[in-house]
Design a protein around this ligand. Structure first.
Ligand SMILES: [Fe+2]
Ligand SMILES: [Fe+2]
Length: 246
């Protein structure tokens, strides 16, 4: 039994948005997802998909993408990404009722893997605009956007706290934390997300969202303050699911 994660599938079986324009790694990427998950993930394993599942804007435009995910091996748990317009956070229970026994939507709730509670939310980080001088040094950033970002971080933190409390009230003491956005942005060393990871002593923080070689190093990778940080965006991993726990 093992726990795997992979993010940013960006499927478009109904909306037909070719991803090839974003680089060679995206060519026939859905075929790679199918092939590598079949090679790596066993039926008794758990596969957490870290958001940006579908380009569809409403659920009716995402049905085939969700059916594709349902067809992947293992128990599938989904997190919300910034592109997942089909999933209103308040309607998570409705999605869970509809896909019961097939897909689990992780939001203001938790899932169980062995003696770990899996908690997660979309998260948020301020992504600019940043202003650079001609030599590429940072000289400033859009402060209005930064203030808006702070509010979104607060909202996401409230959602995450809710999941942590539910899991600890249920007696869990070991946690894996999932975020779609990276836990810190390029200006930060720590954030409310890294703080809560330390507060609960989580074993790992798994995140995605970073696309392209220039963005893979935007946040923490490796061990920081005793917590393991894993970037699992599809194009970073060439669509091979990453092992989170054996
Ligand atoms: Fe994405
Ligand atoms: Fe994203």
């Amino acid at each position: 039994m093992a726990l795997y994660a992979l993010g940013d599938l960006h499927l478009s079986f109904q909306t037909h948005k070719p991803m090839d324009a974003f680089g060679r790694v995206w060519k026939n990427h859905e075929k790679k997802i199918k092939k590598y998950t079949a090679q790596i993930v066993a039926p008794e394993d758990t596969l957490v998909l870290i958001g940006d599942h579908s380009w569809g804007r409403k659920l009716s435009e995402c049905r085939e993408d969700l059916a594709f995910i349902e067809g992947l091996p293992g128990r599938k748990i989904l997190l919300r990404g910034n592109h997942d317009m089909f999933w209103d956070a308040k309607k998570t229970d409705r999605l869970n009722a509809e896909y019961a026994g097939r897909l689990f939507f992780l939001q203001n709730n938790f899932a169980v893997y062995q003696d770990y509670a899996l908690v997660g939310t979309k998260g948020y980080t301020f992504e600019g605009p940043f202003y650079l001088d001609p030599w590429g040094n940072l000289t400033g950033w859009d402060e209005e956007r930064e203030a808006q970002a702070e509010k979104l971080v607060e909202r996401e933190m409230a959602r995450l706290r809710d999941s942590f409390s539910q899991a600890s009230d249920a007696g869990f003491r070991k946690f894996i934390m999932f975020l779609h956005y990276p836990p810190t942005n390029i200006l930060e060393k720590t954030s409310p997300f890294t703080d809560i990871a330390q507060e609960y002593g989580v074993s790992a923080v798994v995140y995605s969202h970073c696309h392209g070689a220039r963005r893979f190093g935007d946040s923490i990778r490796g061990t920081f303050h005793g917590v393991r940080y894993l970037l699992v965006s599809g194009d970073y991993l060439d669509f091979k699911p990453a092992l989170v726990l054996p």
